[in-house]
Design a protein around this ligand. Structure first.
Ligand SMILES: [Zn+2]
Length: 318
């Protein structure tokens, strides 16, 4: 008689633990990937954005607002990436805890780049007003809303992903202490996968002849820094502003003359557009900063994005 009683008790225990797993809403696929790895075996995060949404321009529709309202925890990059969501998100998230990854302690933040920062030789500081060279590092720390000077694509630094895996595990453990050991184990496993991906990517990019690349959308600054690449030219800016006619003419001239081995573009459409400008000498890598070209389960997306991006750039530069 004792055995069945014990079995039903442990079943009850398991059910209770599952029922307490927090509902997590995430923004972009790389963040969903990090959270999915930490929640492995317990639950899965749900993105509050459509997979194809462009975070720079997205606003929330009522259906997406519902995903936020039902969440216990919202994990997102922050207002710098999604200015159209920044105002409404705190209210829509209701009682949910909101984890703003770009504001997490230990996150590396790089200053917003202007087109002129690539050495194009003009001083057209248009979209973002004056940018002095000093003082960027300390912005955005305190309230997380002074985001104008920080490049928001911080997930493309694997070191930031490593910091965030830890923070995500801690947040989940606070909400769900019963499963804290699982979150910690999962985060450690994710760290190991991440370290392996970085090792592979570093090896792939170590012996390419030139580390100079050009980018369509200026979203890869963190990746460049992590892997010793150097973008010498960008087409659109960090906040995805399109070039004007004068800038486009300059870009065309530089593409034809800068000896760039490889141009990183976000879509086949922009590859076609830019191919005509570059004189046919330039190799193209089609890869967006969300890992959108990958066909893998979302938990695998982050490490796959790092290795695939590095592998493609290495192949292109050879
Ligand atoms: Zn972007």
């Amino acid at each position: 008689m004792i055995r069945p009683a014990l079995i039903s008790l442990s079943l009850l225990g398991a059910t209770a633990a599952l029922a307490d797993v927090p509902r997590v809403a995430t923004d972009i696929p790389p963040v969903t990937s990090l959270v999915a790895q930490v929640m492995d075996g317990l639950g899965a995060p749900e993105s509050f954005l459509p997979a194809s949404a462009d975070p720079h321009h997205v606003t929330l529709r009522p259906s997406e607002a519902q995903a936020l309202a039902g969440a216990d925890l919202v994990v997102w990059i922050g207002p710098g990436l999604m200015p159209g969501v920044a105002e409404s998100l705190p209210a829509l998230a209701g009682d949910a805890r909101v984890l703003e990854l770009s504001a997490a302690q230990g996150t590396e933040r790089l200053p917003f780049r202007q087109r002129a920062d690539f050495g194009a030789g003009h001083d057209d500081h248009d979209a973002h007003g004056d940018h002095a060279d000093e003082g960027h590092e300390d912005h955005g720390d305190e309230d997380g809303h002074d985001y104008g000077d920080t490049d928001p694509h911080a997930w493309l630094a694997p070191a930031n992903a490593a910091v965030w895996l830890q923070v995500i595990a801690e947040e989940l453990s606070t909400l769900d202490p019963e499963n804290a050991a699982t979150y910690a184990t999962n985060a450690a496993a994710a760290q190991a996968r991440l370290a392996e991906a970085v090792e592979t990517a570093t090896a792939d990019l170590a012996d390419i002849p030139s580390h100079d690349i050009a980018v369509d959308h200026d979203a890869f600054q963190y990746f460049e820094r992590a892997f010793d690449l150097h973008a010498v030219l960008t087409v659109t800016t960090t906040d995805d502003a399109q070039p004007g006619p004068r800038e486009m003419a300059e870009i065309q001239e530089r593409l034809a003359n800068a000896g760039i081995a490889c141009l990183l573009v976000e879509s086949e459409a922009s590859a076609r557009q830019l191919r005509t400008l570059g004189g046919g000498e330039i190799g193209f890598v089609v890869a967006d900063p969300m890992g959108g070209w990958l066909d893998v389960p979302v938990a695998d997306l982050y490490p796959a994005m790092i290795t695939s991006l590095a592998g493609q750039l290495a192949a292109c530069g050879k």
